[in-house]
Design a binder for this molecule. Structure first.
Ligand code: PEP
Ligand code: MN
Length: 358
């Protein structure tokens, strides 16, 4: 950590800062320049309270040298992490291709959509059973009934399933059915929820909040990691912009920025980022070209009947086309679309307790 003193800071003020630093067990290194004096702090930065140091008389700025997201940072873990979602690897050159409808709907429809995206090469099936909706009158999801359908569909096609958990009280229930827990944009800073998914052993898909900075996203990941769950995949899904031409502003540069700062994989979600089916294919490819570790796309066989996010859904046929292009892009980049465990000869997805399916 570096303490920059104000122009004209007195010797007394400088001595006071040094005494405070040494009192907490750190060493200090004073450097007097022509215009500025700085004090370098040597030792365990976590002992320092940056805010209280900033309030000392004569202090202009306190700059941490290490990022506050200790476990998520690349310094802590230089190698890119590879997250295993019931046999499907995401990160380190392995691409996670997540596809499925916004909401879990009736069983037959889910089977049809899953069959089609699976044939197109998706390796994780998605669908929300608990939907965070702006309006309390909008469809809220099928709840546990939806989880049962999702599990059945996943087992039928040997695909791991990811679904959103919106309430800390439901983490255990959702974990009984899902291979991966999604924390949605609206809940990215629900710290109680982050702590609960951190206690779970299920991999987590953590979506960037619509007004969250990259540092905010990484601090939220830190909540999960600090509880002992290191299986976190980040997701760039667009941030609030000023232009209603797209639903959100797709921050494609966030992908390489995040990868420079953390070892955790990051995937892109062009569906929520753009809200427009015509923009999803180019943005999916742009995300991969920028280095994303996977792509998350909403697919529905009859968007006009979809219970949520119908206007942004790709038709199964459209998903097939973009999947083909994503595969070509993956080849070009020397990356692998992770095979399903059943195709790779690995273990099959964990089964929920039998009473959960009863
Ligand atoms: C979703 O995945 O359906 C969803 C609600 O996403 P987000 O949290 O990114 O809006
Ligand atoms: Mn959605």
């Amino acid at each position: 950590m570096i303490v920059i003193l104000k122009n004209g800071a007195t010797d007394e003020q400088i001595d006071h800062v040094i005494r405070r630093v040494e009192a907490i067990g750190l060493q200090s290194h004073l450097s007097r320049g022509t215009f500025r004096t700085i004090i370098g702090l040597i030792g365990d930065e976590s002992l320092v309270n940056k805010e209280s140091l900033s309030t000392l008389p004569g202090v202009a700025q306190v700059i941490p040298v290490l990022p506050p997201y200790k476990l998520a940072s690349r310094e802590a873990h230089p190698e890119s992490s590879v997250i295993d979602v019931s046999g499907v690897k995401i990160g380190g050159g392995n691409l996670g291709m997540i596809a499925g409808p916004c909401s879990v709907e009736d069983r037959d429809r889910m089977m049809r959509i899953a069959e089609s995206v699976c044939q197109s090469g998706a390796n994780v099936f998605r669908g929300g059973a608990y939907k965070p909706r702006t309006s309390p009158y909008a469809f809220q999801g099928l709840g546990e009934e939806g989880l049962k359908i999702l599990r059945e569909v996943g087992d039928r096609f040997g695909m791991p399933v990811v679904t959103e958990v919106t309430d800390p009280r439901n983490v255990e229930l959702v974990s009984q059915y899902a291979d991966m827990l999604q924390v949605g944009a609206r809940n990215m800073q629900n710290f109680v929820l982050l702590t609960e998914v951190g206690k779970s052993r299920r991999p987590v898909l953590l979506k960037r909040g619509m007004s969250a900075t990259i540092a905010d996203l990484l601090m939220s990941a830190e909540y999960i990691l600090s509880e002992g769950n290191s299986n976190v995949v980040l997701c760039e899904r667009g941030v609030k912009g000023f232009d209603p031409a797209t639903r959100n502003l797709f921050d494609v540069a966030a992908v390489p920025v995040v990868q420079g700062l953390t070892h955790l994989p990051i995937i892109v979600d062009p569906s929520h980022a753009t809200g427009r089916p015509d923009l999803i294919p180019p943005c999916a490819l742009a995300g991969l070209a920028a280095g994303a570790d996977g792509v998350h796309i909403e697919v529905h066989d009859c968007p006009e009947e979809a219970k949520s996010d119908g206007p942004q859904a790709l038709l199964p046929e459209q998903y097939k086309q973009i999947s083909h292009q994503m595969r070509l892009m993956a080849d070009l980049l020397g990356k692998t679309i992770s095979p399903l465990a059943k195709d790779a000869g690995g273990p099959t997805p964990p089964q929920p307790p039998t009473e959960a399916l009863a």
